[in-house]
Ligand binder design. Structure first.
Ligand code: PLP
Length: 456
């Protein structure tokens, strides 16, 4: 059997890692100097590293381990499925039980008439599917000129060429020739950083109207779709003003363009409902899902589409697919994960019990002298670090440095919190207990204190 039992000291593993392993979104030289933190096991909301430290995971891995670590039921469902049918494809009129059952379950859970699923192995792949889906939809409806897809600056929709183009991360566009043609971006609804003198309400309306302006600039007859996360995650957990989504909904309906809700982070209980679309009150034509679908135990994602989109696309052959679309083992694990989330009342608990508790505690971080605002929806939240609360100022000269310092202090205090520029973000496993929430807030506060001293 391939040997995974470790007998080597941490420093040696770190050197090997730096020598041979290219990491996503990691500075190579820094990795060589500092070495990666090596995670060896996990249970519930807690990680253990190669030095034996117990670390509270405030990020659910990468926004995905919604059910928490160490669930034997998911291991058993994978083992069973691997023995029975480890792989078969879903191309050319073949199917299998796990894909059929998971599609049925997702159609039950999804809002409105979203009742068909096209499977992928990740959010990036699913968003690439979406680009082709919406353009093919309009081609099949006799409007092939509708190719433009509108997205938002600072959005994250994945790292492939297509999904990276949909995203609005300028650092990503700067590498490798992104974006592909016919993708357009408007500004994000980040009132704290970009709202100036406007009220939150007016700013939300103004940012939504940028969508209308962009549609008119491109010509409504040329626009295929608008894509957005109900609550932006990787951009820094930007909770939009309440006025934003109702106005966006009006605009997409008025101009008859498709709405794609990227639920890769917001889906499967993260915002206190099964989907973020339900939390912010929108009716998408397509939802992108991944991450929490299997709680990250195996890679699986997909596009859940409306009966209208499915029937138009189904009128012909969609020349698109991945070897692992609907992978039986990943689908079986996802199905079991959805069963547990449902039967254990985990989504309801986020909405009614632990979510409100976390909100109260998390918002108290705004009393810290270095924190401007603390915003949270369900179990995804962020704090804005500021040298001057009244002016909503940023640490301009070296943006990101204070956030980085904070993240390092959190790490040292055995808490995983991420930073995006000068915003610190959390997205813990949905099973986090009240005691663990208390520990998270106490460690975050301590880390902020220490970072503030270091920043001076
Ligand atoms: N969409 C959103 C909103 C995401 O947050 C992510 C990943 O963080 C993706 C898409 C890409 O998903 P994946 O990393 O599974 O390709």
């Amino acid at each position: 059997m391939a040997q995974l039992t470790n007998t080597r000291p941490t420093a040696e593993l770190q050197a090997l890692d730096a020598a041979h392993h290219m990491h996503p979104f990691t500075h190579g030289a820094e990795l060589g100097q500092k070495g990666a933190r090596i995670i060896t096991s996990a249970d519930g909301c807690w990680l253990t590293d190669s030095e034996g430290n117990r670390i509270l995971d405030g990020m659910a891995g990468l926004w995905c381990v919604n059910i928490g670590y160490g669930r034997q039921e998911l291991v058993d469902s994978a083992t069973r499925q691997m023995s029975e049918l480890p792989f078969y494809n879903t191309f050319f009129q073949t199917s299998h039980l796990p894909a059929i059952q998971l599609a049925e379950r997702l159609a039950q859970l999804a809002p409105g008439d979203l009742d068909h699923v096209f499977f992928a192995s990740s959010g990036s792949e699913a968003n690439d599917t979406n680009i082709r889906l919406v353009r093919t939809y309009w081609e099949m409806k006799g409007e092939p000129q509708r190719r433009a897809i509108i997205s938002r600056w600072n959005a994250y929709h994945g790292s492939s060429v297509g999904s990276g183009s949909l995203g609005g991360m300028k650092g990503m566009h700067a590498q490798g020739g992104l974006p592909i043609p016919d993708i357009h971006h408007i500004d994000q609804p980040n009132w704290w950083s970009e709202g100036g003198e406007m009220s939150e309400h007016d700013f939300g309306i103004a940012r939504a109207r940028q969508l209308e302006e962009k549609i008119l600039e491109l010509g409504p007859e040329n626009v295929a779709a608008f894509i957005a996360e109900p609550v932006q995650g990787a951009g820094g957990v930007i909770v939009p003003p309440e006025s934003y989504w109702p106005e966006v909904s009006r605009i997409v309906k008025e101009y008859g363009i498709l709405l794609i809700a990227d639920e890769v982070i917001c889906g499967f209980g993260r915002t206190g409902n099964w989907f973020g679309s339900q939390t912010v009150g929108i009716e998408p034509d397509i939802m992108t899902v991944a991450k929490g679908l299997s709680s990250g135990y195996l890679p699986i994602g997909g596009s859940i589409v409306s009966s209208d989109v499915a029937s138009v696309i189904g009128g012909g052959e969609f020349n698109h697919g991945y070897t692992y679309s609907g992978h039986p083992v990943a689908a079986a694990v996802a199905l079991e994960n959805l069963r547990l989330l449902d039967e254990e009342g985990i989504v309801t608990r986020v909405r009614e019990e632990t979510g409100p508790y976390l909100k109260e505690k998390f918002e108290s971080l705004a009393e810290h002298p270095m924190v401007g605002e603390a915003k949270i929806v369900g179990m995804m939240g962020s704090i804005a670090l500021t040298p001057d609360k009244a002016r909503r100022a940023a640490f301009k000269a070296d943006a990101g440095t204070v956030g980085y310092l904070c993240r390092e202090r959190c790490f040292a205090n055995n808490l995983v919190m991420r930073h995006v520029g000068d915003r610190m973000i959390i997205s813990p496993p949905l099973v986090i207990s009240k005691e663990e929430i208390d520990a998270l807030i106490a460690r975050a506060w301590k880390s902020l204190d220490e970072a503030m001293v270091e920043a001076k």
